[in-house]
Design a protein around this ligand. Sequence first.
Ligand code: NCD
Length: 310
Amino acid sequence: MRHLMSPLDFSVQELDQLLDLASDIEKHPGKYAHACDGKKLATCFYEPSTRTRLSFEAAMLNLGGSVLGFASADSSSAAKGESISDTIRVISCYADICAIRHPKEGAALVASQKSKIPVINAGDGGHQHPTQTLTDLMTIRSLKGRLGNITIGLCGDLKFGRTVHSLINALIRYENVKFILISPEELRIPDYIREDVLQANHIEFEEVERLEDAMGELDVLYMTRVQRERFFNEEDYVRLKDYYILTKEKMALAKPDMIVLHPLPRVNEISTEVDDDPRAAYFTQAQNGVYVRMALILTLLEIEVQEETC
Ligand code: NCD
């Protein structure tokens, strides 16, 4: 039985297969409409979510399965003091696969060790968010035609942004990817990513503070929200929250074929005037989240769909 805790749980070849499957699902959704008939997905969300939880649920429903779960810690027995290990043992009796989001780093891993069903990490604190990475990879691959030979700018809260941590881990495995890490001093990438992931693997990267300085060089710009819920005090958040705002003027400095991604939700970091720019790809990215989660559910449940069924 396989779980998904980090994008590194899949080899590059397995990731390619998963992305190929997601693209096929996008093209031929009818072929997959009954692939999970009779199967159940549990979504156990101890932290707020719109896209991740609902795209998981939409994914399972699109596959003909059904869904159960909870959307906040308050509405689960966590509020009564139950451990995640006990919760997953019980959920293993009710569902075939489970997606867990939790504010504590490593919570999904702890759950996976006691689980009898595949567990998917749907975000663990400021650590990892592998299914967002699958979404990001699918979007880059489909819009740029490749995952190697790109310069990607990651901008905003690189300290607490788990989507950034997972995406860096995944992208270093492709040829000739250069990272430009754009953040204020206080929100720089954690040392363990800089040293153990980037430097240890001899990956080309730069750290800059001004978005304008990087803009002209980028093939992909990945904007992120300042992660308010992970700050120790509100004053620091208020000081840093509008540090970067992507506007039409800044977009004018970019290559004509650069794409802008954002895992969403956006607060102020991308002005809504950018939404009409053909390079803005964040809503396409959110749509891709359903296809990759469908592909992931099929992969972890080891369900193969061969022939067109309708
Ligand atoms: C991200 C998350 O939860 O880390 N959201 C998402 O899943 N699309 C990004 C964020 O909340 O800023």
